[in-house]
Design a protein around this ligand. Structure first.
Ligand SMILES: *Cc1c(COP(=O)(O)O)cnc(C)c1O
Ligand SMILES: [Zn+2]
Length: 441
């Protein structure tokens, strides 16, 4: 294939390194790395020719192109041979018109991109398929590590464990004890990963796994590793593709470590450089108020994010105080005329309940995006006739404790105004009739 990609320093130091090299920071300045593609080579196809190629492959079962990620492989990881790809048909998730919820919020053109309808139940699969595939290539070229490892707030570990198991590679996950849902904890357990629960938060787990990786014991699968972002950037491309290659006006993304926000921009930038689109949507980074370092920096007009201790939030996957990809996300926000907004626990819980009442089943992170959407519409920042996409990052079914807690009215500090507890009855016909009459008249 005439296309290629390599690691380069995000801060612009000289030098480039193969994507199979187990490095996670610039060897010169210790800054973040990025994957850089040979854009000139990719210009051998016109924008319309790329669109046709991607459409021809979309959701077909010709290995590996049916995957939303590998259907765009020339833009993702062009040198990777077919037989090393570890894919479980990730991507290709539905983007649906949230008509009723949109109307309630005051929008006529609201769409929800259900990235949680994926193999392990979150968008993390998009990045993990790329990372695990490249690790396989690196191992074939002689890389020696004991395992692939990550720190996780729950979804990264579930995804890594699944793709690692599919490839037959050993996986270690470091989780903050009692801070992930039961479903998220049991996923890597079921896939046979070594699951370590540490008495700390995500940031504490991250410090330890970085040390393991620096000493060469493990290969690091966190989104500090830019390979993840190459897969995740396809979500922006896929959204545009699903709108017949039209660009929406807004994309709202619940964010913690800020890798996904950075990936979103990377996908849009590539589409613009390669003649598919001519403008960007506006990017909204949505944070939980209890874990809002990017919100604080952005509203204070600072380009540097000051790490904080993140407080507990129902949106546990974004309970992150020291976001690794903050410098990347800062560029994404600047280039995409972005906004950072936050949602309180009360706001996110109620937004999830309102959305669920219209047929969605919002995970708490998606709820942060929805709560932020409601605020921005009410404030007139998002005009009522514009096309808005809310990215739903995980499947609500992974967050049963959150739903149960809300409907039991048991989430501390939160008033459940839309509680709908089940009614327990004796098995008597009359009691059932009464219950129906009480509710519906
Ligand atoms: C990982 C994750 C996020 C945050 O993505 P970042 O790239 O860390 O900003 C949001 N929602 C869910 C469900 C996640 O698993
Ligand atoms: Zn550097």
């Amino acid at each position: 294939m005439p296309y290629s990609s390599e690691f380069r320093c995000f801060n612009g130091c000289d030098g480039s390194w193969p994507v199979t090299r187990p490095i996670y920071r610039c060897p010169k300045c210790n800054g973040l790395l990025q994957v850089v593609h040979d854009i000139e080579a990719l210009k051998d196809r016109s924008g319309p020719a790329w669109m046709k190629l991607f459409d021809d492959r979309y959701r077909h079962n010709q290995w590996p192109y049916g995957s939303g990620v590998w259907g765009k492989r020339e833009w993702v990881m062009p040198q990777l041979p077919d037989d090393l790809i570890v894919s479980m048909y990730e991507g290709g998730t539905n983007l649906f018109w949230a008509e009723r919820y949109g109307r309630e919020v005051g929008l006529s053109d609201l769409w929800v991109k259900l990235c949680g309808n994926s193999h392990s139940g979150s968008f993390k699969d998009l990045g993990m398929t790329v990372l695990v595939s490249v690790v396989r290539q690196a191992i074939q070229e002689g890389l020696k590590v004991k395992a692939i490892a990550c720190a996780s707030t729950g979804d990264t570990s579930a995804s890594l464990a699944a793709f690692g198991a599919a490839a037959g590679l050993p996986v270690v996950v470091l989780l903050p004890r009692n801070k992930v849902s039961t479903a998220q904890l049991v996923q890597p357990v079921a896939h046979g990963a070594l699951v370590l629960g540490l008495d700390t938060d995500f940031d504490g787990c991250m410090e330890i796994v970085q040390q393991l990786a620096a000493e060469g014991l493990v290969y690091l699968a966190n989104s500090m590793n830019p390979l993840r972002l190459e897969g995740q950037k396809t979500v922006g491309i896929e959204i545009v593709q699903q709108f017949d290659w039209q660009v929406p006006d807004w994309i709202i993304l619940p964010s913690g470590n800020l890798g996904n926000a950075s990936a979103m921009y990377a996908g849009f930038k590539m589409m613009r450089e390669l003649g598919i689109i001519s403008r960007y949507p506006r990017l909204v980074v949505a944070q939980a108020e209890n874990a809002n370092p990017m919100y604080r920096a952005w509203t204070a007009g600072k380009r540097e994010v000051t790490p904080m201790a993140a407080k507990p939030t129902q949106a546990s996957a974004i309970q992150i105080g020291n976001p690794v990809s903050a410098p990347r996300a800062m560029v994404a926000l600047e280039e995409m005329n972005g906004i950072v907004e936050q949602a309180s626990e009360q706001e996110l819980c109620e937004a999830a309940a309102r959305a669920d009442r219209t047929g969605m089943y919002a995970c708490p992170h998606t709820a942060v995006a929805l709560a932020v959407l409601e605020k921005l519409v009410n404030r007139g920042v998002i005009p009522k006739n514009e096309k808005v996409v809310c990215v739903s990052t995980a499947n609500g079914l992974k967050f049963t404790e959150f739903k149960v807690g809300y409907h039991e009215g048991a989430i501390a500090g939160v008033k459940s105004t839309l509680r709908n507890p089940p009614i327990m009855l004796a098995p008597k016909y009359g009691d059932v009739i009464d219950a129906i009459a009480t509710r519906f008249g």
